[in-house]
Design a protein around this ligand. Structure first.
Ligand SMILES: Cc1cc2nc3c(=O)[nH]c(=O)nc-3n(C[C@H](O)[C@H](O)[C@H](O)COP(=O)(O)O)c2cc1C
Length: 289
C-alpha cells in the first residue's frame, strides 16, 4: 500500500523504524570496515592465537630461562617509604563458611550494588581468594590460590577503593607475599574517572571496590617466550572466577569487565602500558538479597 493511504501515525512509526535499521546497518558496515582494516589482527591470526600451534614454533632452548637469565620478581617491587597496610589473614578474619555447590549454583554477574561498604576482612578474603599465596617455593615461583601456566603468575592486583571500612578512597595494590596493601595514590573524582575508564559502564563507579589486574608479560615470557600470550589470558579467567565465587560467601557480587579504555585504565593505575598494562577488571559491591 502506498504510504499516503496509511494512517499518519503508523506511517511515522514505520518510517522511523526503517531509518533506525538503516542507521544500524550503516553502523555495522562501518564497524566491519574497521575490523577488516586492522593492520595486524586478522580472523586467521586471531584463531591461530587460540590454538596451541605456537608451541610447535617457539624455540624453548632460546628462552631467557634456558639462557640462564634470572627470573623477574614474582611481585612488583614497592617504592621506599610507601604506606603499607597489613591485611587480616585466614586465622583472624571473620568470614562465614560458604558451601561450594551453593556458591557455584548462585554465581552470576552483578551490576547493581548497595551503598554498604565492604569490611577490611572481606576485602582481605577476596584478595586471598584471587591471588593469595599458598606456598613460596623459591625466588622464581610461589603457589597461589589460583593456577597459572608454569606457575608464572603474571598479574598484579590494583584496587580502586571507594567504600571499604578502614581504607581511605584511592588506589591500592595487593602485595601477595606479605598479604598487605600498598597505597598507590589518591585521584580527584575517582568514581567519574573509573566509569570513563570502563567505557562508561557506570556500575564501576558505583562499586565499593574495583579489582583491576595488570599483566607483567615478562614473567611468563621468561619461560614461554611467544607462547606466553594465550596462557596469560587463560590465567586471568581463573583469577576472576575465584572472585565471583568468593563474592558469594560475603553477600557481594561482581561483574567481569573486558571492555575498557586501555590508556585511561593504565593512566589511572600509573602503569606504562608496555612492560605492565591492565588486562581485566571487576567491580565488587554488596548486593541486595
Ligand atoms: C571475558 C569477559 C568479559 C566480560 N566483559 C563484560 C563487560 O565489559 N561488561 C559487562 O557488563 N559484562 C561483561 N562480562 C559479563 C558477561 O556479560 C556475563 O558473564 C554474561 O552475560 C553471562 O552472565 P552471568 O555471568 O550472570 O552468567 C564479561 C564476562 C567475561 C567472562
Amino acid at each position: 500500500m502506498h504510504p499516503c493511504f496509511v494512517d499518519n501515525d503508523i506511517f511515522i512509526v514505520v518510517v522511523s523504524a526503517l531509518n533506525r535499521s538503516c542507521s544500524a546497518i550503516t553502523l555495522l558496515r562501518k564497524r566491519k570496515e574497521k575490523v577488516t582494516r586492522h593492520p595486524t589482527i586478522t580472523t586467521e591470526s586471531g584463531r591461530y592465537f587460540l590454538t596451541d600451534r605456537i608451541r610447535e614454533e617457539v624455540d624453548f632452548w632460546a628462552t631467557r630461562q634456558s639462557e640462564g637469565i634470572r627470573p623477574p620478581p614474582v611481585q612488583k617491587p614497592v617504592p621506599q617509604n610507601s604506606k603499607i597496610i597489613p591485611l587480616p589473614d585466614r586465622a583472624t578474619w571473620s568470614i562465614p563458611p560458604c558451601d561450594l555447590q551453593t556458591a557455584i549454583a548462585n554465581r552470576e554477574s552483578h551490576r547493581r550494588f548497595t551503598a554498604e561498604p565492604l569490611s577490611l576482612d572481606e576485602l582481605a578474603f577476596l584478595l586471598w581468594a584471587t591471588q593469595g599465596v599458598r606456598k613460596e617455593l623459591h625466588e622464581a615461583a610461589v603457589l597461589r590460590t589460583v593456577p597459572s601456566a608454569g606457575c608464572r603468575h603474571p598479574f598484579e592486583t590494583y584496587l580502586v577503593v571507594l567504600r571499604v571500612g578502614g581504607l581511605a578512597e584511592g588506589i591500592y595494590r595487593y602485595l601477595p607475599l606479605a598479604h598487605s596493601l600498598v597505597f598507590e595514590r589518591t585521584v580527584e573524582s575517582l568514581p567519574t574517572h573509573l566509569t570513563a575508564a570502563a567505557r562508561g559502564q557506570s556500575f564501576a563507579g558505583q562499586a565499593a571496590v574495583t579489582f583491576i589486574w595488570t599483566a607483567i608479560p615478562e614473567r611468563t615470557e621468561w619461560r614461554y617466550a611467544e607462547a606466553s600470550y594465550k596462557v596469560i589470558a587463560l590465567d586471568a579467567g581463573h583469577v576472576c572466577q575465584n572472585l565471583y565465587l568468593a563474592c558469594e560467601a560475603i553477600s557481594a557480587g561482581t561483574c567481569a569487565i573486558a571492555a575498557y579504555e586501555q590508556t585511561l585504565v593504565d593512566n589511572l593505575l600509573g602503569v606504562n602500558g608496555n612492560e605492565e598494562f591492565s588486562i581485566y577488571m571487576a567491580p565488587v559491591g554488596k548486593v541486595a538479597k
